[in-house]
Design a protein around this ligand. Sequence first.
Ligand code: 6R9
Length: 637
Amino acid sequence: MAYPYQIKSIEEYQQNYQQSVIDPEGFWANVADHFYWRRKWDKVLEWNFKEPDIKWFVGGKLNITENCLDRHLGTLGNTPAIIWEPNDPEERHRVITYRDLYNKVCQFANVLKNNGVKKGDRICIYMGMIPELAIAVLACARIGAIHSVVFGGFSAQSIADRIQDAQCSLVITCDGAFRGNKDIPLKSVIDDALIGCPSVKKVIVCTRTRTPVSMIKGRDLWWEDEIKQVETMGNPPCPAEEMDAEDMLFILYTSGSTGKPKGVVHTCGGYMVYANYTFVNTFNYQPGEVYFCTADIGWITGHSYIIYGPLSAGATTLMFEGVPTYPDAGRLWSITDKFRVNILYTAPTAIRSLMGYGLGPVNHKELSSLKKLGSVGEPINEEAWHWFKDHIGKGRCPIVDTWWQTETGGIMITPIAGVTKEKPGYATLPLPGVQPILVDENGKEITGNGVNGNLCIKFPWPGMLRTTYGDHERCRTTYFATYENLYFTGDGCQRDEDGYYRITGRVDDVLNVSGHRIGTAEVENAINMHAGVVESAVVGYPHDIKGQGIYAYVITERQTHDPELTKKDILQTVSRIIGPIAKPDKIQFVSGLPKTRSGKIMRRILRKIAEGELDNLGDTTTLLDPVVVEEIKRGRL
Ligand code: 6R9
C-alpha cells in the first residue's frame, strides 16, 4: 500500500502543518480520500467545544473493517497481518495473513450474529493477548457492535462496573490467560463479575489455558463450538454493516481525577483516519516492515497501534502474549531477532525494568533488523532514552517519544521517525492537525518559547473523543469546562527555546503507574472499603521503574495491633476492588490528615512528604491542625 500523505522531510512536515492549521477541513479531506467509504461525507467538520459537539466527515458511511481487511485482499491477501508470539517461547507462533484474518473475522462476526448481537449493542471483551482478541474486536466492528475491551488485570468488581455502565449484552472471554509464569483465570473472574450484571445474556469462552471452568447452561458458550456451527452453515461471508462516520466504534474506560472510570467514546470515521494517519507518519511505516507494539489491547495503545492503525495501513503487526521478563529479560530482543522486527514501540517502564538486568540479556541478540523505536505512556527519563537509543537501537534508530491519551484516540505530539530532530525527554512537535496551546491556571494563553503551562488543544482533530458513555455532562466538565473553548489534557507541559514540547506529567489527581492511569480517588475509595479504615489519602511519588509509585496515608479506627497484617488486608482489598495494578507501594498509618479549614485534604503537602521533600512543604498556615504534619513527617516510609 502506498501512503500519499506520508511525510518525508522536515520541510514537508512544516508545509503540511501550516496547511492543516490554515485549512483543517481541506487537509483532513485529502487524507480521508485515501480510504474506502461506502458514501463520501457531505461536510468535513462541525464542532463546538462548548457542549461539546464534534462531528467529522458528516454524512459519510463506512465500515472500518472494510478498510482494515477487505480492501487489502487483492494486493496483500497473502501478507501477514498478525504475527502472534505466545507466552511460552517453546510453543509455536502463528502467522495470520490478511486473507486468514478476513475469514476469521467474518466467521466470528457470524457467531455474534447467530447469538443475536445487533448494531449498537455493547460487547465486553475480557481476554488475554491471543489473536482471537483482535478477531473479536474486529468482528464487533464488522457488524456495528460497540466493543468495550477490559484489560485482563482488572478485578471482577471493575469489570462489573464497566459492564453495568455500558449495559453490555454479551461478554467474550477465555478460560484463562498466560502471562509470564502466571495463569490468570479469566472466566472465573467473569463469573464473579456477572453476579451483578443482569444485562449480560451470553458469554462466549475461547479456549487457551485449559483451566477448568464452570459453564452456565443457556448463558455460556464455547467459542470453538460456535465456530463449528458457522462452518456447518458453509461459512457464509459476513457483509460489513454500513456505519455512519459518527456511529460509535468503541468504548474504552479510563481513570480520571474523580469518581469511577469513564467510558471514553470513539466513533468510526474520524478515529479510523486518525489512527491510520498517525501510525503511517509517526513510524514512517514502509510496506513489508514488521512492526511490534508491546502494549496490551486492553489499553488505547493496543486499540490504535496494534489493531486499527497498522491493519488499516496493511501493515504486519506483531502481537505478543507474554511479558518482557519471561522466561528471561531478553524476551523482547529474542522476539525482535526471531521475526526480524523493524519497528519496536514500547513503554518507558519496560525499558527501565529491562535496564535493571544489565546488558547480559541484550548482548548476542541480533537486533540489526531494527530501524525505528517508539516510546509511549509516560515521560521517558533521559537515562532510559539513551539506553534504548544506544543498546537497542545501536545508535542508528530514531526514537519517537509519542505523547497522547485514551481521549485523543491517536498520537498527538511526537517526532516523525527519521524526519524530526529528536531530543531526549521531549515529545517534540505536534503532528499536522494538532494545535496545542499552553495556558496558565486562569486559562490565559502562554505565548512564546521557554515557557511552562497546562497543555490544552484548541482545535478538533478527527481522533478525539466524542463523549463519555452515558454521561455527556461528565465529558464536558472533565475536558471542556476547565478552560473555555479548549480541550484540557490534564498534563503539564514545557515548550522549550526551540518550540519543542516536553510533557512534565499530570497536573490533576491522576497517577501514572507503569504507564497505567490510576485515579487517586479510585484507590482511596478502594482502601476505604476495608473495614476499619476511617479515611485515606493517596498520592504519587517518583519510582525508579514504575515512573510513579502509589503512597497511601491511612487512618484506621483504632491502633492496629498488627500493622503488617492490616497492610496486607488493605492491599488485598484494593486488588479485589480495582486490580493488582492499583496496589499501593507504601502504606503509612497516620492519626490525621492535613486539611484546610474547609475540610479539603492538602495533597500538595502529602505529595511533598512522599517525595521526601520534607523541608519544602510550602505554606502550612492555612491548615486546621499543623501538628499532624509533623507526625506524618516523622512516620514517613
Ligand atoms: C497513550 C496513553 C495518557 C497519559 C497522558 C500523560 C501520559 C502518555 C506520554 C505521556 C509523557 C509521553 N503520557 N504518553 N507523558 N510523555 N510520551 O498512554 O494513554 O493511558 O490514556 O494515558 O499518559 O500523562 O495524559 P493513557
